[in-house]
Design a protein around this ligand. Structure first.
Ligand code: EPU
Length: 299
């Protein structure tokens, strides 16, 4: 392998992560780097791992809360991993940094569908695969054929969908950087597929606060129940802490009304969890990922 020049990779220092997350809270990372290839990611991770330095991977930051104090070490931003190649038999290989909306639109131009699960999320391919993003309209993992990752020591690995062990908002990809994913998509009737996508968008826009700054759903749905409905039934919509509030539209979203801190959001999440446990007897588990300083290494 030709060793990439790590020094040539674009780097920003002390940039507040509030700029890089959809809920717009979070302090700075020591440095944020923007590798363009899997090899550059591997070189970055290997150099951090060798020295025992902390690093984390960041996509669109749409399911993420970052502490106000920020995080030490390196944030590997996947936004420059933007390759997109269509192959035979409905396959497409997308760089981790490709927006899921772009993947969906480009696939549709080639009469390929099956990505209903991605409608309405401001996500990247890497984040959607790593979190197995989805909901009522399916899950990302169901369309994945293989994934290229850089593991915790900087080795490049190609994993099958089975290796990824996709589960509810989880996969075995934690602690790696997803650099690209290959999907196998079914051929579709484009007009019917397009109207289905529009319908899902309409439904989501009516039921979720898509126009407000949020980190998507905060809690996982407990078995057989909807976390949003539970929060709603406990009368907690509109409850606030500082600039953070439980959405009036959907009980499972916390929105940043302007000027919220991560601390506001975390305290509000705790309030809601405690209140739902007290009133409904259900302990809600968070879905959203939280970056805290005391967790070293890959996140
Ligand atoms: N409901 C209420 N009040 C609320 C919210 C919901 O009564 O404040 C009711 C709804 O009317 C519906 C039921 O609860 O009858 C379920 O709600 P919804 O259809 O919105 O689905 P959900 O279970 O709350 C899940 C995913 C969403 C995904 C939607 C649609 C989880 C935790 N949530 O929400 O995913 O968009 O289905 O597929 O899996 C996310 O992952 O960030 C996310 C938002």
């Amino acid at each position: 392998m030709i060793s990439p020049n790590v020094c040539a990779i674009s780097t920003v220092r002390r940039s507040p992560l509030s700029r890089w997350t959809t809920i717009r809270v979070g302090g700075p990372a020591d440095e944020m780097v923007f590798p363009r290839t899997t090899e550059e990611v591997a070189a970055l991770v290997a150099s951090r791992a060798d020295r025992g330095l902390a690093w984390r991977a960041l996509g669109r930051g749409s399911n993420l809360l970052v502490e106000d104090a920020g995080v030490r070490g390196t944030v590997i931003h996947t936004g420059e991993l933007t390759g997109l190649r269509f192959g035979d038999g409905g396959t497409v290989t997308a760089g981790a940094g490709i927006a899921t909306s772009v993947l969906l639109a480009e696939a549709m131009r080639r009469r390929l569908g099956g990505l209903e699960c991605l409608v309405g999320y401001p996500a990247t391919v890497g984040g959607a695969v790593r979190m197995n993003a989805g909901g009522r309209w399916g899950e990302t993992g169901a369309r994945v054929e293989s994934v290229v990752v850089v593991d915790a020591v900087g080795e490049v690995r190609t994993l099958t969908a089975a290796d990824c062990r996709f589960a509810y908002r989880r996969s075995a990809l934690a602690g790696t950087v997803v650099t690209e994913a290959t999907f196998r998509l079914p051929e579709v009737d484009v007009p019917a597929y397009r109207s289905r996508i529009r319908e899902i968008l309409r439904e989501k826009a009516a039921a979720q606060p898509l126009r407000e700054a949020s980190a998507g759903c905060v809690f996982k749905n407990p078995a057989g129940a909807s976390a949003g409905r539970l929060v709603d039934e406990c009368g907690l919509k509109g409850r606030s802490r500082g600039g953070a509030a439980v959405s009036e539209i959907h009980g499972n979203f916390v929105v940043n009304r302007g000027g919220a801190t991560c601390d506001d959001v975390l305290r509000l999440v705790d309030d809601v969890r405690r209140e739902v446990e007290r009133r409904a007897g259900v302990v809600l588990e968070t879905e959203v990922e939280v970056w805290r300083n005391h967790v070293p290494g890959a996140a």
